[in-house]
Design a protein around this ligand. Structure first.
Ligand SMILES: C[S@@+](CC[C@H](N)C(=O)[O-])C[C@H]1O[C@@H](n2cnc3c(N)ncnc32)[C@H](O)[C@@H]1O
Length: 216
C-alpha cells in the first residue's frame, strides 16, 4: 500500500472506509481511557473521519496525520473549520479550531509532532497497512510517543486468504506482539460479518471486530 494507492483512492472517491456518522465504539469506549478533556489526542491515518469532530467536541485538542491533502481540505470545508495551512518541514499543516492536521507520511513524523500526546485513537489505520508496514508503523509511533500513553484500537480479524486487504486482518496474537510490554485489554469483541455484506459477497466467512484499550 504505497502513497499512490491511497492518493488514487481519494481522487476516485473510493473511500468506503469513511463513515457518515461517529463510530459508536469510540463513543462507548473512549471514557474508559480516563484521559482529561484537555489532553491532546493523536489520530494516525485520520482521513476526514467524523470521529475527529467527536473527539474535539469532548474538549480534546486533536492532532492527526493523513497523506491526502484533499481529505484534510474536505474535512475542514465540510465542517466549516477555520484552518490555516503552512509548510513545516516535510509536512503541510492545517491548523485551527483546535485541530492540527499534518499532511504527509506517518513515517516522517518526529518526536516533536507527538509531544504532549496522552491518548491515541486508531480506527482503520493499523488495519489499513500490510503486515510488513504494520510492525514499522507501531514501532515508529511507540518510539516517538511520550511515556504513559493510552490507545483505543479497533481491529478486524478474518481469514486473510478469503479476501485481500485493505482492510487487512490483524489477529489478537499480532496485536499482542506489536504492543508487547504494554497492558492490553479487549474491551469488546464481536462477529460483524452481517454488517459487511460486500465482504461476505467477496467470500469472507467470518469477521471479528475487536476494541482494545492498550496502555504504555
Ligand atoms: C482506511 S483509511 C481510514 C481513515 C480514517 N482513520 C477513518 O476511519 O475514516 C486509511 C487512511 O490512511 C491514509 N494513509 C495511508 N498510508 C498513510 C501514510 N503512510 N501516512 C499517512 N496517511 C496514510 C490514507 O490516505 C487513508 O485516508
Amino acid at each position: 500500500m504505497d502513497a499512490a494507492f491511497w492518493h488514487e483512492r481519494w481522487q476516485r472517491g473510493e473511500i468506503g472506509f469513511h463513515k457518515a456518522s461517529t463510530n459508536p465504539l469510540l463513543q462507548r469506549w473512549w471514557p474508559r481511557l480516563g484521559v482529561d478533556a484537555e489532553a491532546p489526542v493523536w489520530v494516525p491515518l485520520c482521513g476526514k473521519s467524523l470521529d475527529l469532530i467527536w473527539l474535539r467536541s469532548q474538549g480534546h485538542p486533536v492532532r492527526g496525520v493523513e497523506l491526502a491533502r484533499s481529505a484534510l481540505e474536505s474535512f475542514s470545508d465540510e465542517h466549516g473549520l477555520d484552518v490555516q495551512w503552512q509548510t513545516e518541514g516535510e509536512f503541510e499543516v492545517a491548523e485551527g479550531a483546535g485541530f492540527t492536521l499534518y499532511c504527509g507520511d506517518v513515517f516522517a513524523l518526529r518526536p516533536e509532532h507527538l509531544q504532549g500526546i496522552g491518548a491515541i485513537y486508531d480506527r482503520a489505520a493499523l488495519i489499513a497497512l500490510p503486515p510488513e508496514m504494520r510492525a514499522r508503523y507501531v514501532a515508529h509511533q511507540r518510539a516517538l510517543l511520550p511515556a504513559g500513553w493510552r490507545l483505543l484500537l479497533v481491529t478486524l480479524d478474518y481469514p486473510q486468504e478469503q479476501r485481500p486487504g485493505p482492510p487487512f486482518s490483524v489477529s489478537d496474537a499480532e496485536v499482542r506482539q506489536l504492543y508487547a510490554g504494554c497492558s492490553i485489554e479487549v474491551l469488546e469483541e464481536k462477529d460483524v460479518l452481517a454488517d459487511h455484506k460486500v465482504f461476505a459477497s467477496q467470500g469472507m466467512r467470518s469477521l471479528t471486530e475487536r476494541v482494545y484499550l492498550i496502555a504504555d
